[in-house]
Design a protein around this ligand. Structure first.
Ligand SMILES: [Zn+2]
Length: 385
């Protein structure tokens, strides 16, 4: 090997190692962490500040793009309960109608109003050409295996921090594989390659803070207006959000492969409830950005709180032994000289207490619930509801 080749080789290796280190998930905190650390609109206490970054003095929301996910030969996910492309269209049209009825001066632009295939880049292009003020992409969720998970999640653009978030982006971005010239159109982006997502960790989105604000209002509205289980605001590399030059979110309205939820999001009344919840979030967002006096998030105390069940303590890390290995969502934390065993993954106290009952009946008689916020243990009594 010539010296020149060696130099090129070592440079590529360094670059590769850098990329790999960037790809490693950040494990800080227990909650869904958003990477936005710039001019965060919502602080940890739930206080909302709207930055004065609009050119216009009397800024008003004039155009909203509503994007019904999938369509035509791209059906999206499906189950016995329903088909994603049908559900998203029904919800998009209902949401648009709701906004029109209440704000006749706001122009609603749909990326599709019928069952037809629209490329992802075209969806963003429609919004950019219109110089829209907000882009709302509506989808249905699904998991490969029957995990029994249910709930809503609203995504803003960014690098995923959890494998499950990556899976959602991967699945939604895979729509481009149904486009005829996707290789040219997306500069060789391979939706199934983990490495392809590295671009999202470097991406600075000027509209991220507003996107997060709207996303939070959406999730809050699902929870408080529709009694839905909210899985929170999340970040992942969605191509459709990357291309839009305005605040933009992608809403996963529920899991089609969860029988009860799948039925709900496939029913006309469920779709109306979802449209209504998104509309109420839109109203709050509109007021916030137009008056720069944002309505605080309803529940700053419980916002971002996660629950765990402490199962046991031991003097050793036994997580690789058969008894513990089979336990899902197990977390072992070393605290001084002892190891604490937690079952994690509960967003509400209710969920945790249901699981606690089951665990107690199955031999974990001393198990109890603990609550964490931003990685710190908090008083359970203050946050349980
Ligand atoms: Zn979808």
């Amino acid at each position: 090997m010539s010296m020149r080749k060696i130099i090129v080789f070592s440079l590529s290796l360094t670059l590769l190692l850098l990329l790999v280190s960037l790809l490693k998930p950040d494990k800080a905190g227990f909650n869904e962490n958003l990477t936005s650390e710039t001019t965060s609109i919502v602080d940890s206490a739930g206080k909302v500040t709207i930055p004065n970054d609009n050119d216009e003095k009397d800024y008003r929301i004039k155009k909203v793009v509503i994007d019904a996910g999938h369509g035509g030969h791209d059906t999206g996910c499906h189950s016995n309960e329903g088909v994603e492309k049908k559900n998203t269209l029904a919800m998009a049209l209902k949401l648009g109608q709701k906004i029109k009825d209440n704000y006749p001066n706001i122009e609603i632009i749909y990326t599709r109003e019928t069952d037809k295939f629209i490329e992802l880049h075209r969806r963003a292009e429609i919004a950019n050409k219109a110089k829209a003020d907000l882009f709302i992409s509506i989808h249905c969720n699904s998991t490969d295996e029957n995990s029994g998970i249910s709930g809503t999640e609203t995504y803003v653009l960014g690098m995923h921090k959890k494998e499950t978030n990556f899976e959602v982006a991967r699945r939604e971005n895979a729509s481009i594989l149904l486009e005829s010239d996707y290789k040219e159109q997306y500069e060789g982006f391979d939706p199934n390659s983990t490495e392809a997502y590295i671009i999202f960790s470097l991406f600075q989105n000027a509209y991220l803070d507003k996107s997060i604000l709207f996303a939070k209002y959406v999730e809050e509205s699902f929870r408080s207006n529709a009694g839905r289980r909210s899985l929170g605001v999340k970040q992942a590399g969605f191509l459709v959000l990357k291309e839009t030059a305005m605040p933009s979110v992608l809403i996963e309205t529920g899991f089609l492969n969860h029988s009860r939820e799948g039925e709900f999001i496939s029913s006309a009344s469920g779709q109306a409830t979802i449209a209504e919840s998104i509309f109420l979030a839109f109203q709050k967002y509109k007021t916030a950005v137009e008056t720069r006096e944002a309505t605080p998030l309803i529940d700053p105390v419980t916002e971002g709180v996660v629950f765990k069940i402490q199962l046991a303590t031991a003097s050793k890390d036994l997580s690789q032994t058969p008894r513990w290995k089979s336990m899902s969502n197990l977390e072992v934390v070393k605290d001084g000289t002892i190891f604490k065993y937690f079952k994690t993954g509960f967003d509400t106290y209710n969920e945790a207490s249901q699981e606690l009952k089951r665990l107690r009946a199955n031999g974990f008689s001393d198990a109890f619930i603990v609550a964490y916020k931003n990685g710190k243990r908090v008083n359970l009594e203050e946050v349980k509801k």
